[in-house]
Design a protein around this ligand. Sequence first.
Ligand code: ADP
Length: 295
Amino acid sequence: MELIINNLSKTYANGVKALNNVSLTIPQGMFGLLGPNGAGKSSLMRTIATLQEPDSGSIHLGDIDVLRDQESLRKVLGYLPQEFGVYPRVSAAMMLDHIAQLKGLSNRNQRKETVEALLQKVNLWKERKRNLGSFSGGMKQRFGIAQALVGNPQLLIVDEPTAGLDPAERNRFYNLLSEIGESTIIILSTHIVEDVKTLCKQFAIICGGEVMAVSTPQEAVNWLSNKVWSKSIPKVEIEEYRNNYHVIATQLAEGRLFIRVIADSDPGNGFSPAAPTLEDVYFNAISTKMDLVTL
Ligand code: ADP
């Protein structure tokens, strides 16, 4: 099964064009939607999740015409929104039981089994009686995945799930996501390149409401082989370099500025060849739409 998005566009009432002719074919497995804040990722995810309507375009999940048959889509959807609110005075087990009821699991014993299996899966079984308000950011996100997995969804959407997690929590979350079956379509939106590098078989770069590139992480890095050059320069010279080279990233270290530029051949002038990274691909793809990103 695939999720096929065709020519999706959306302009909000305030005139912001959040989606501009977005077309994507998303296979089973983990698919990354990588883009800076304001790129249109949440707008796209909310539209796929049937929470808002586009101005034009179509979405199909297998046989389901998502925009015409929202009910069918909702039955097979798991969604972890960016702002995932929890009732602070309710325990994890009670909340999950409640969500399972809302999702139609009416048999009590079956529900009990489901809740236990999910809490075990996200490693919160020991914490099941604790109130959600006392959970850390990482625990809340793991709980968010548990609620999204109720009913074995065929399509799982997770919107910026690692934002705000510390490195250890992020790692735990990566492990959890990577354990979810290959037979599920998982869309992970993020502005963190490492999320895509670690988890995703395929990804799209989205910026200004447009799809800038679709690839696998490895193939994307190959696009830039022999095209990335780096140099350390005095900070004051950055403007001159920006005017003369296609600078994709700058990084300050020990008072000097390390810059990375894209050029088809050796730019000379003290530049050294650099191994391309996924960050380079990302910054290069969005550089046409945004001002230079300073790392
Ligand atoms: P992302 O998830 O990549 O940060 P969003 O989809 O949230 O991007 O936003 C894309 C653009 O649409 C931004 O410029 C944002 O300010 C704007 N936007 C998002 N939601 C609304 C809304 N409900 N009304 C008006 N503008 C919106």
